[in-house]
Design a protein around this ligand. Structure first.
Ligand code: CU
Ligand code: ZN
Length: 241
């Protein structure tokens, strides 16, 4: 029954994908994102009775410790840091903290793409992580791990994002897969070539990590750091005004 359900959803997704190649509108993207959430909910209903009750009170958490790609040459920036995920309830959209450093001064003000890629293998460099994780066979940027672009400030990338389509449970879970940081901006499928609809022409893979489940402590620590950082920024803006 589960296989039947999944294949029905896959067919529906493929039909949607064909339309979106023509229309490519944000409405379709939103529908596909909602489909990921629905698939996860149905999976939970079918396979894990009581999952709602056994869900951790503080939410489900995951951590990804970003390291420079092993295949990167020394001329490239050495990006390190942490990406944390939190899913508060079953079927809820994901929240994430992105905390990366090591970008060059020239990168300030420009954007970098971050995605979830298919495999959690970073042993031979980030190339081994394969293409974008794409369980519904839809074009980029409608993959569940298409997190979009992030602006570099002072050589760092600090960002909190909510409403992400990816999930930490169910058939489309990103646990065990890789987060990849790219050398360029994501063209979000508007590049006019095939690569744009596969990977957003985001360029070289600078750094990556494997998503693993964690306790709530790293999230709490980073939330505190982000709050302090926001407070300091507000204070310095007030002084400058
Ligand atoms: Cu990517
Ligand atoms: Zn993608």
């Amino acid at each position: 029954m589960l296989a039947l359900l999944c294949s029905c959803l896959l067919l529906a997704a493929c039909a949607t994908a064909d339309e979106s190649a023509v229309e490519s509108n944000s409405n379709t993207a939103e529908q596909i994102r909602d489909m990921h959430v629905k698939v996860t909910e149905m999976w939970q209903e079918l396979t894990q009775h009581g999952a709602r009750e056994s869900w951790p009170d503080a939410g489900l958490h995951a951590a990804c410790h970003v390291l420079p790609s092993a295949s990167l040459d020394a001329a490239q920036p050495q990006i390190t840091g942490l990406v944390l995920f939190r899913q508060l309830t079953l079927g809820a959209k994901l929240e994430a903290y992105f905390n990366l450093e090591g970008f060059s001064a020239q990168a300030n003000g420009s954007s970098r793409a971050i995605h979830v890629h298919q495999f959690g293998d970073v042993s031979q460099g980030c190339e081994a992580t394969g293409p974008h994780y794409n369980p519904l066979r839809v074009p980029h940027p409608m993959h569940p791990g298409d997190f979009g672009n992030f602006v570099i400030r002072d050589g760092n990338l600090w960002k909190y994002r909510a409403g992400l389509a990816a999930s930490l449970t169910g058939p489309h879970s990103i646990v065990g897969r890789a987060v990849v940081v790219h050398a360029r901006e994501d063209d979000l499928g508007r590049g006019g070539d095939q690569a744009s609809l596969e990977n957003g022409n985001a360029g070289r893979r600078l750094a990556c990590c494997v998503v693993g489940l964690s306790g709530p402590e790293p999230w709490a620590r980073l939330a505190q750091q982000h709050a302090e950082r926001r407070k300091r920024r507000r204070e310095s803006e007030c002084k400058a005004a």
